[in-house]
Unconditional design. Structure first.
Length: 438
C-alpha cells in the first residue's frame, strides 16, 4: 500500500494531472443529484441525496489525491466556490456542516501524508513544475503578438523554445502545458477572440445551473495548469454540463439579454487586445514576427536568411543560436525564402530549395556541414554565389570531404572553414563574422 502514498497515479491517462482534472470535475458533477438544474436557485433535494453525493464526491476526491495534482486541487477548489456562489451561497444544516468538515479533514489528512502533501510542501517559484509554467505563461502574450495568424497546430512548443525561451533554459516541451495557452498561441486572431467569447458565453449560460457552472469553471482552471483539451474524455463532463445548462434555459426560456452578448464580444476583443499589447511591451528578445512561412528577427534590411534549418547541424533550438548572436535574420520555409531573393544565405546540412532550387544572384552563401555528395541543384546554388563559404566540422564521421573540398576550393571567392573539435553539430558558430570578412 506504500505506492498510494509515495507515487503519482495516472489511471491510464498517461499524465496524473489529466486524471486529477477528471476526478475534480466528477467530484463536482455528482452533486447534480442533490441540486438538479430544474431546482435552479430554489434549493436542493431532500437530505438522502446529500449523503450519497457526499460519499461519492469524497471517493472521487480521494482518487484525485492519489494523482498528487496540485492543479487539480486548485481547479476543484475554484469550481466548488463557483458552484456555491451560483447557488446563492447556501449554508447546510449543522449535521451536514459537521459531515462536510469531517470528510474534508479526512481527505486533507490522507493528502498530507502522501505524495500530494510532499509536492505542496515543496512548492516554490524555483521548483521545476512551477518554474516551467511561470516561464511559459510569461511568454504567451509575446508569442500571440508575434504571430497574428498563429504559430500553427502542434508548433507552439518549438516556437517557444526557439524564439522566446531563455537562452540558458534547456528544458524541452511537447506543448505549452496549458490548453488555453496552446490554442491561443497556435491559432490566429479570429480564433483567439472566438475562443475567449465562447468561454465567457459558456460561463454565462452555465450560471443558471450551479453544479454545471462549477464544472465549467473547474475545467477552465484545469486548462491553465494542464493540456486537458488534448484528452477527449476530459471534455465529456464539461460538455454534458454545458448541454444541461442550455437544456434548462431552453425549457424555462430564460436566456441572457442580447446586451450580454454584446458585452461578451467586447470583453473578448478587449482581453485579446490586452494580451497583444502586453506581448509587444514585454518582448525582450528583439523584434520577432511570424508570417506563417518564416520567422523575421530584428528590423534591419540586411538580413541573414536561413532556409529550412537542419536541426542535426544547427541544433533543435536553432532559434536560440540566432538570438545568441543577435543576428538580423529570416528563418523558415525554403520556398518562401527563395521567393524573396535574399542576399545573404546560410544553408545547413542536406539543404536544398524546392522547384529546381534556382536563386537570383547576386548573393553570398555559407553552408554549414553540407553533404559530401551534392546534387546538381545544390552545386548550382553554390556556384552562382558571389562569396561562398563551407563550414566543416573537423570531427565529422558521417561524410568525407575528399571530393567536395577540391571542387569547392577551385571556385572563385570560395573559402573552406574547418571548425576544430566539432562534428556534425555546429550550434554555436558565429556565421555573421564570415560575411563581414574582406
Amino acid at each position: 500500500m506504500d505506492w498510494i502514498f509515495t507515487t503519482r497515479t495516472s489511471f491510464g491517462f498517461g499524465n496524473p494531472n489529466l486524471a486529477g482534472a477528471l476526478f475534480a470535475m466528477l467530484a463536482l458533477a455528482v452533486w447534480v443529484l442533490y441540486w438538479p438544474p430544474e431546482r435552479g436557485h430554489r434549493g436542493p433535494r431532500p437530505s438522502a441525496a446529500f449523503w450519497f453525493c457526499l460519499v461519492t464526491s469524497g471517493l472521487f476526491v480521494a482518487l484525485l489525491v492519489m494523482t498528487a495534482s496540485r492543479g487539480a486541487v486548485v481547479s476543484l477548489a475554484c469550481g466548488s466556490l463557483a458552484a456555491w456562489l451560483a447557488a446563492g451561497r447556501p449554508w447546510p444544516s449543522t449535521a451536514k456542516t459537521v459531515a462536510l468538515a469531517l470528510v474534508v479533514a479526512g481527505i486533507v489528512l490522507f493528502a498530507g501524508v502522501g505524495r500530494l502533501g510532499m509536492r505542496v510542501a515543496e512548492s516554490s517559484p524555483e521548483e521545476g513544475s512551477i518554474g516551467s509554467r511561470t516561464a511559459i505563461y510569461g511568454a504567451v502574450p509575446a508569442m500571440i503578438s508575434a504571430a497574428p495568424g498563429g504559430w500553427g497546430s502542434g508548433r507552439s512548443a518549438a516556437a517557444y523554445e526557439n524564439w522566446f525561451q531563455d537562452a540558458n533554459d534547456t528544458r524541452n516541451y511537447k506543448h505549452l502545458i496549458s490548453t488555453h495557452a496552446i490554442w491561443m498561441v497556435e491559432r490566429g486572431w479570429g480564433f483567439r477572440v472566438a475562443y475567449i467569447f465562447g468561454g465567457l458565453a459558456a460561463l454565462v449560460l452555465g450560471f443558471y445551473c450551479p453544479v454545471a457552472f462549477g464544472v465549467l469553471v473547474c475545467w477552465g482552471i484545469a486548462g491553465v495548469f494542464s493540456h486537458v483539451g488534448a484528452s477527449w474524455p476530459l471534455g465529456i463532463v464539461p460538455g454534458l454540463a454545458l448541454g444541461l445548462s442550455v437544456w434548462r434555459r431552453t425549457v424555462t426560456r430564460c436566456w441572457p439579454q442580447p446586451a450580454m452578448g454584446f458585452l461578451l464580444v467586447c470583453g473578448a476583443f478587449f482581453f485579446v487586445s490586452l494580451l497583444a499589447f502586453f506581448g509587444s511591451m514585454t518582448h525582450a528578445s528583439g523584434k520577432i514576427f511570424y508570417d506563417g512561412g518564416a520567422v523575421w528577427v530584428g528590423e534591419g534590411a540586411d538580413r541573414l536568411w536561413f532556409p529550412a534549418p537542419d536541426k542535426a547541424v544547427m541544433g533543435e533550438d536553432y532559434g536560440k543560436m540566432v538570438r545568441q548572436f543577435s543576428w538580423e535574420a529570416v528563418v523558415g520555409d525554403a520556398e518562401v525564402i527563395r521567393e524573396q531573393s535574399p542576399r545573404k544565405i546560410a544553408l545547413s546540412g542536406n539543404a536544398g530549395f524546392p522547384s529546381g532550387g534556382v536563386l537570383v544572384p547576386p548573393y553570398d552563401l555559407v553552408w554549414l556541414n553540407p553533404p559530401s555528395k551534392m546534387e546538381t541543384a545544390q552545386k548550382t546554388i553554390v556556384e552562382a554565389a558571389n562569396r561562398k563559404w563551407i563550414v566543416w566540422g573537423e570531427l565529422r564521421t558521417d561524410a568525407n570531404p575528399r571530393r567536395l573540398k577540391p571542387w569547392f576550393e577551385a571556385l572563385p571567392q570560395a573559402s573552406w572553414v574547418e571548425v576544430p573539435g566539432k562534428a556534425l553539430l555546429l550550434d554555436n558558430f558565429e556565421i555573421s563574422l564570415l560575411f563581414v570578412a574582406p
